[in-house]
Design a protein around this ligand. Structure first.
Ligand code: MF3
Ligand code: CO
Ligand code: CO
Length: 317
């Protein structure tokens, strides 16, 4: 049976909403945790006040942004605006992280984030982006990314990625972190720590004249060393007045051409797994889960290439 066929069969089983059984394919010790196998209940769309500036996709469902073409070099005014949206995204992400506690639902975290974002006169970028129904992404345990906030309560031992993107003064700022809920097992905490360190090292190697592919080359060797797999299906992206644009940042070994230049802004957002690299998408059209049921963690920053190196626009100070 091919991997996709296996995946469809697993999805077709539609058993209980969650269980503790491995899908049985992950090799090695992937630790102890609760697997998510189907989406929960999603609350009605939250409103955004009239006076808040909205991205074009709010008004008309559009396909997701196109990451092809050459990366934009931002002007000083654009960079200043990106600094403001980056700072806001980082602050709200930090606040959301404090809500990653046992018993809290991801819908409650979404409600909080939505409230704080509109209070700051910004727009929650995921809302209505290619039809996404909520204001942030919440991805637990074996969910790689794009988890939709729902009525599931966080359990002791969960790891949860919260991905916050805001649109403010015409520019997006995008960042995410993976948080530990209660007591997380050793493999889980190792994964989260290793993924954070991976992103930090990716950022350190960025500077004018450096090839974008240095990022993927680093991630590949880092994963080999740590016994992890990088989930190749999801890429970092250029960002600005658009949510996703050029360049594409591949998180795996590649030799694609392209060099970093001062004024470029893009995200780096590796997803590292304790199991295999393959994912499938749940019936909600968004939730990306690992095919082998293994956990992954993700960290993301929006960065600016400066004359001398990088500035982390979503740094939390
Ligand atoms: N914030 C995600 C990223 O890092 C994108 C989420 S798209 C959504 O690129 F529609 F799922 F919100
Ligand atoms: Co991103
Ligand atoms: Co993001």
């Amino acid at each position: 049976m091919g991997r996709m066929a296996l995946f469809h069969r697993l999805m077709a089983q539609k058993t209980n909403a969650r269980n503790f059984f491995q899908f049985g394919k992950a090799k090695g010790d992937t630790g102890k945790y609760e697997q998510i196998v189907s989406p929960g209940l999603v609350s009605p769309e939250r409103g955004v006040p009239e006076d808040i500036e909205k991205p074009p996709y709010y008004f008309e469902n559009m396909p997701p942004g196109n990451t092809l073409g050459s990366p934009e070099i931002k002007t000083q005014a654009q960079i200043d605006a990106m600094r403001v949206s980056g700072k806001l995204a980082a602050r709200i992400l930090r606040e959301c992280g404090k809500l990653a506690t046992v018993g809290r639902t991801t819908d409650e975290i979404d409600a909080f984030a939505h409230g704080r974002i509109i209070e700051s006169k910004a727009y929650p970028s995921p809302l209505r982006y290619a039809g996404f129904p909520k204001s942030i992404c919440t991805s637990i345990n074996n969910i790689a990314c794009h988890g939709i906030p729902d009525d599931r309560q966080l359990a002791n031992g969960d790891i949860i990625n919260i991905d916050v993107t805001v649109f403010l003064n015409g520019y997006h700022g995008d960042c995410s972190k993976t948080f530990l809920v209660g007591e997380v097992d050793e493999r889980g905490s190792f994964l989260v720590e290793a993924t954070k360190s991976c992103l930090d090292q990716c950022i350190s190697l960025c500077a004018p004249g450096v090839e974008f592919n240095e990022i993927g080359k680093f991630i590949q060797s880092y994963c080999d060393e740590k016994g992890l797999e990088s989930i190749a299906a999801f890429i970092g992206h250029g960002i600005g007045s658009y949510f996703h644009g050029p360049p594409e940042i591949f998180h795996y070994y590649n030799e694609f051409p392209g060099k970093m230049q001062p004024g470029m802004t893009f995200t780096i957002e590796p997803i590292l797994s304790l199991g295999g690299p393959d994912i499938g998408v749940l019936e909600d059209g968004w939730t990306a889960i690992s095919l082998d049921g293994a956990r992954s963690a993700q960290f993301e920053h929006t960065i600016l290439i400066t004359e001398t190196g990088t500035e982390i626009l979503t740094r939390d100070e």
